[in-house]
Design a binder for this molecule. Structure first.
Ligand code: FES
Length: 107
């Protein structure tokens, strides 16, 4: 039997919100965009540092893009593709997950 790591309940991530997940050495974040959940490594491809300064704040003011708080790079929510900023064309690292019994889980 494979073991999975539950991260959080889907109900803890309302639509158009984001959430950081601190696993110690590994930091992730999730975004719920119109009911679709996206999970990425919390590491900006520009400097390799976490994206947020304020906990759970990963989106721009309009909640249209993921925004790095250090130099303002903007990433698409669905692809993690940087479309503006110092790392344009680079991508956030996606993390595969499953939803099991209402919880977002990683392998
Ligand atoms: S560290 Fe993210 S844009 Fe520079």
């Amino acid at each position: 039997m494979t073991t999975v790591t539950p991260l959080f309940a889907v109900s803890e991530l309302p639509e158009n919100s984001a959430k950081g997940v601190d696993l110690g050495e590994r930091k992730l974040f999730a975004v719920n965009r119109q009911g679709n959940i996206y999970l990425y490594e919390n590491r900006c491809p520009h400097k390799g540092i976490p994206l947020e300064w304020i906990p759970d704040t990963f989106l721009d003011a309009e909640k249209q893009f993921i925004q790095c708080s250090t130099h303002g790079a903007l990433f698409t929510i669905d692809q993690g593709l940087c479309i503006a900023g110092p790392c344009t064309g680079a991508k956030l690292a996606p993390v595969s997950f499953e939803i099991i019994e209402g919880k977002v889980c990683i392998p």
